[in-house]
Design a binder for this molecule. Structure first.
Ligand SMILES: *Cc1c(COP(=O)(O)O)cnc(C)c1O
Length: 201
């Protein structure tokens, strides 16, 4: 079980305190905010991107992040692969699943996850290492279980399929209010903001 600190709107000082207390994974939603934290926060840490990554921010993102949890389109995969190829980096990615099938949410619909994994299997500079999902906002933890479960089912299916360059290692689900249900449904990374740092601004 891995704990990721979701650090949006936190200062580098706050993040450093979390790292000093033992946090080893930093989750950032915004490239600009991450760049500032990256230049200041020190420690044995890994940087995960958990927001929506615009293609025009990819060049900057590949300098900071060790893992992109929110791979949500083939176009983004192509751009990540292209920019990482320039330095020989292999970017670990998780496919973001739009498990709630929400119109205004980024992420890949459940039935399209395998097809995206299949399309990126020949990309040399990205590697799919798992799935991430949020589920619908403002939903009670118990009511998020179906969304966690469907993501878990895709995770298990893809594990069986043995797609090249696609290893189902991480299942990132659950936030402050929902992590217990998420872990019971199979999450092995939880993304916690409020319960680590307190309410946001
Ligand atoms: C903000 C955020 C979290 C953490 O939310 P909390 O409710 O503060 O724990 C987790 N994942 C993502 C993608 C986020 O944007």
């Amino acid at each position: 079980m891995l704990l990721e600190a979701a650090c949006k709107m936190r200062t580098p000082d706050e993040i450093q305190q979390a790292v000093d207390a033992g946090v080893r994974i930093i989750g950032e939603n915004y490239v600009q905010e991450a760049e500032e934290a990256y230049s200041k926060v020190k420690g044995d840490i890994r940087w995960h991107f958990i927001g929506h990554l615009q293609r025009n921010k990819v060049i900057r993102a590949v300098k900071v992040f060790d893992l992109i949890e929110s791979l949500d389109s083939l176009a983004l995969a192509k751009e990540l692969n292209k920019q990482c190829a320039k330095t020989g980096k292999v970017m670990e990615c998780m496919i973001e699943v739009n498990s709630g099938r929400e119109k205004n949410k980024f992420g890949v619909l459940p039935e399209d996850v395998e097809s995206l994994a299949d399309k990126v299997k020949s990309f040399k500079n990205i590697k799919v290492v798992g799935l991430m999902t949020m589920g619908p906002a403002n939903t009670a933890a118990e009511d998020l279980r179906p969304y966690f479960r469907i993501t878990r089912e895709i995770f298990d299916e893809l594990k069986k399929k043995v797609i090249p360059n696609c290893e189902m290692k991480y299942l990132s689900m659950g936030m402050s209010d929902s992590y217990k249900a998420a872990v019971e449904e199979g999450a092995n990374i939880v993304r916690i903001g409020t319960s680590i740092f307190g309410p946001r601004g």
